[in-house]
Write a protein that binds this ligand. Structure first.
Ligand code: AKB
Length: 316
């Protein structure tokens, strides 16, 4: 077992519950503390290792916890995502930025060995080339979530340059998982559709049928996150977040993939305010930089992910 004591903030979310389990296999269950603002631990976090109630924006409480528990690494996952963020931009900005800026300070002062903070394809905007969007390109986000992620990337880069902090980050595409639900994102339809296909045999999609977005299966996202964090420091040559890609599909294409397993499945479309957000994001991502720097490779495509999602969700 590696000797680190890890704190995951916002562990009860879609990424957190799976990341905590993966980290516990590397560092040992007792050395990975899951924390969330919710009093009650997510069922996947219950009785499987230490759990703490922590508000990501309460820097004093987080510092006190880090010092008391001799934490050496922190993963900060708490965030307000794109769709929820547009409903209350000031709150989204506050939560997303306060939590990061306070943690970066604590990390320098308490000499943490590493920090992980997720970014998103939401950093890109309508002025970015939308196909095979490069690592370095025009970046003018138009959602508060995207603005906070881009600002956050710049802060991470600043803390690395100024203080030598080892902070690493990934621009996640839409993440699809069966163990835990997403919340408040524009790409959430690609999870809901599987649940509805199994439950009701039909789905009304909040994006139009030809809306292509970059997507990734959670297994790949967790493996990629851990590979980035485990990579030797000299491989991490960008301290902005890495583009990471696995697949790109539209609602019509995911529906067709589901029909391979459930031929009677039907979909209709009722685009809402999330369509405009999706229209400003890339259709596909170029992740050559991550592939070259630390050997990133995805494993799941749409067909393989669909088979796995439907098998696991039916078992549930
Ligand atoms: C969202 O839709 O807001 C997120 C994301 C792409 O970061 N899933």
């Amino acid at each position: 077992m590696k000797k680190e004591k890890v704190l995951v903030i916002g562990a009860g979310g879609q990424i957190g519950v799976e990341l905590v389990a993966a980290l516990r296999t590397i560092y040992g269950a007792d050395n990975v503390v899951a924390s969330d603002i919710r009093q009650e631990a997510h069922p996947m976090l219950k009785d499987r290792g230490p759990y703490a109630v922590l508000d990501a924006t309460n820097g004093a409480a987080i510092r006190e916890f880090i010092v008391r528990e001799r934490i050496t690494q922190v993963y900060l996952l708490a965030a307000v995502l794109s769709a929820t963020g547009e409903k209350d931009p000031a709150r989204a900005w506050d939560i997303n930025m306060q939590s990061l800026l306070q943690l970066l300070d604590i990390a320098v002062q308490e000499k943490l060995t590493k920090v992980y903070w997720p970014s998103s394809i939401a950093v890109f905007g309508p002025t970015t080339p939308r196909d095979n969007t490069m690592q370095e390109t025009v970046i003018e986000p138009r959602t508060v979530y995207g603005i906070s992620k881009y600002a956050g990337e710049l802060w991470c880069q600043y803390y690395h340059q100024r203080w030598g902090l080892d902070v690493r980050s990934i621009r996640y595409p839409g993440l699809i998982s069966w163990k835990s639900a997403p919340g408040g994102g524009t790409t959430d339809y690609a999870v809901e559709i599987y649940h509805e296909a199994l439950k009701n045999g039909r789905y009304t999609c909040f994006l139009a049928e030809d809306t292509y977005l970059p997507m990734m299966y959670m297994d790949d996202a967790i493996r990629g996150t851990i590979e980035l964090m485990e990579a030797p420091v000299e491989k991490i040559q960008t301290r902005m977040a890495y583009n990471l890609s696995a697949m790109s599909f539209s609602p019509a294409e995911i529906a067709a993939a589901i029909r391979e397993h459930i031929p009677s499945f039907t979909i209709d479309y009722a685009p809402d305010f999330r369509q405009q957000i999706a229209n400003g994001w890339p259709r596909s991502i170029d992740d050559t930089t991550a592939r070259q720097h630390w050997n990133w490779k995805h494993e799941f495509d749409l067909a393989r992910m669909t088979a796995d999602m439907l098998k696991n969700l039916s078992g549930k």
